[in-house]
Design a protein around this ligand. Structure first.
Ligand SMILES: Nc1ncnc2c1ncn2[C@@H]1O[C@H](COP(=O)(O)OP(=O)(O)OP(=O)(O)O)[C@@H](O)[C@H]1O
Ligand SMILES: [Mg+2]
Length: 368
C-alpha cells in the first residue's frame, strides 16, 4: 500500500499543493520549522483521523483560517482509493472516493501507517504515557477501533477525576456513572494493549539481539494498571474501580485502571529504564517499531506506510544503518524527514526520491 498523491489545503504551515510520492523511499530534507513533520502528520491524519503532534485535531487548521483539507490517492493491492478529510472548526467531513462517509469506523483502516517520532525514541526512558501512546498506535493497526475506545475511555476518566476533586461534595451516583463508562471501553483497551505487546515481544527481542549483540537478553512484559486476571472483563474492572472509591476521593483522582497501564523492558534481571544506556534504550525503541511493521506484514495486511520523523539524528551511525536497512528491506513506502542529509548517507546506494521542504512547500529535487 502506498500514498501516490497528497493534496493539501490550509494544513498547518503547508502551502496549498499536490505532492506526488514514490512507492519506495521518500526523503524529505529541510531546515527546522519548514513543514517536514507537518507533512508526515497530514499522511498520518488520513490513516488515523488524528494528529500525532497535538491532542486536538483542530490544531492542524492553519492559524487564522477555519478550514483545512487533506486528500490522498492510495494505491493498494485492492482497488485504489481516494481518501479525503475536511475539517471546518470542530466539524469533520470524510469521503472515500466520491462517497461521503458519516462514521469514522467506516473510514478507518484503508490506509495503514506506522509512525515513529523522537518521542517514541524516548519511550523507554520517559514516562508511561509515551509507552501507552506507542502501544495504542500499534494496536490501531490491528484493530482500527482501538483509538476510538481509548478516546472514550479518556473522556470518562477525565470526567470522573473532575468530580473526585470535589471530594466531600462529589456526587457519588454521577461518579459511578463515569466508573461504568470507564469500564465499558477500558477493559478492552487494556486487553488489546496486552495482546499487541504479546505479538511484538518475540520479534522485538530478536531484533534487539541483532542490533546490540552485547546487550544481555531483553524481555518485554506488560504491566497493567489494574488486575486483568484471566478474563479482564469490564465487570471486573468496574468492580475494582468501585472498590477503590474511598482512596480515589482522598487523592482526588482515579488511581487504578488502564490509565496506569505500562510495559517494562528488562535486560537480564535489570530494568532497561534504569540501567540501559541512552543509545541502548533508543535501539530497543527502534526494535519495537520494526517489530510492529513485521507483525503487521505477517498479519497478512498490506505493507503499512512507514513514517520516520527525524529519528536518525538520535542514533549512532551503526544503529542508524541497521534501522534504515531494515526499514527499506521490509519494502513498501517509507517517508523519512531529516534536517541533515549526512544522516542518511547510508542510504545512498538505494533508490531515493528526495524532496526539499522549504517554507511549507514540498518540491521534488530535480534529477542530477
Ligand atoms: N496550525 C498551524 N498553522 C500555521 N502554522 C503552523 C500551525 N501549526 C504549526 N505551524 C508551524 O509550522 C511550522 C513547521 O512545523 P514542523 O513541525 O512541520 O517543522 P519541521 O520542518 O518538522 O521542523 P523541525 O526540523 O524543527 O522538526 C512551524 O513554524 C510551526 O510554527
Ligand atoms: Mg519536525
Amino acid at each position: 500500500m502506498h500514498v501516490k498523491k497528497i493534496n493539501l489545503i490550509g494544513f498547518r504551515n503547508l502551502k496549498e499543493q499536490v505532492v506526488e510520492l514514490a512507492d519506495g523511499l521518500n526523503l524529505l530534507v529541510g531546515n527546522n520549522g519548514q513543514g517536514k513533520t507537518n507533512f508526515l502528520e497530514a499522511v498520518y491524519l488520513m490513516a488515523t483521523l488524528r494528529s500525532f503532534k497535538s491532542s486536538s485535531v483542530r490544531d492542524v487548521i492553519r492559524f487564522g483560517e477555519d478550514e483545512a483539507e487533506v486528500s490522498g490517492e492510495i494505491a493498494s493491492r485492492e482497488v485504489p482509493v481516494k481518501l479525503r478529510v475536511r475539517l471546518k472548526g470542530s466539524v469533520r467531513k470524510l469521503w472515500v472516493g466520491q462517497r461521503s462517509i458519516h462514521s469514522a469506523r467506516e473510514f478507518l483502516g484503508r490506509l495503514r501507517v506506522v509512525a515513529f517520532t523522537p518521542d517514541d525514541l524516548a519511550m523507554i526512558k520517559g514516562g508511561p504515557s509515551l509507552r501507552r501512546k506507542f502501544l495504542d498506535r500499534a494496536a490501531f493497526l490491528f484493530d482500527s477501533q482501538h483509538l476510538a475506545r481509548v478516546k472514550n475511555f479518556n473522556h470518562a476518566l477525565k470526567s470522573r477525576n473532575r468530580l473526585l476533586k470535589e471530594r466531600k461534595r462529589a456526587d457519588r451516583d454521577l461518579i459511578d456513572s463515569f466508573s461504568q463508562a470507564m469500564a465499558e471501553d477500558g477493559a478492552r483497551v487494556s486487553k488489546t494493549r496486552l495482546e499487541v505487546l504479546r505479538r511484538l515481544r518475540g520479534e522485538t527481542e530478536r531484533i534487539v539481539e541483532e542490533m546490540i549483540p552485547e546487550m544481555s537478553a531483553v524481555s518485554v512484559s506488560f504491566e497493567p494498571g489494574w488486575y486483568i486476571g484471566a478474563d479482564g472483563s469490564k465487570d471486573s474492572l468496574l468492580e475494582q474501580i468501585r472498590s477503590n472509591l474511598e482512596q480515589d476521593l482522598r487523592r482526588g483522582q482515579t488511581c487504578l485502571g488502564p490509565q496506569q497501564d505500562d510495559f517494562e523492558i528488562s535486560m537480564g534481571q535489570n530494568s532497561a529504564r534504569r540501567f540501559a544506556s541512552q543509545g541502548q534504550q533508543r535501539t530497543v525503541a527502534v526494535a519495537l517499531l520494526l517489530a510492529v511493521v513485521r507483525e503487521v506484514v505477517a498479519d497478512g495486511g498490506a505493507r503499512p506506510v512507514i513514517l520516520l520523523d527525524d529519528v536518525s539524528s538520535e542514533l549512532d551511525a551503526a544503529r542508524r544503518k541497521i534501522l534504515f536497512e531494515q526499514v527499506v528491506d521490509l519494502g513498501g513506502q517509507v517517508l523519512i524527514t531529516t534536517t541533515d542529509e549526512g544522516m542518511v548517507a547510508d542510504l545512498r546506494e538505494r533508490k531515493i526520491w528526495k524532496f526539499i521542504v522549504d517554507d511549507g512547500r514540498i518540491e521534488p529535487e530535480r534529477e542530477k
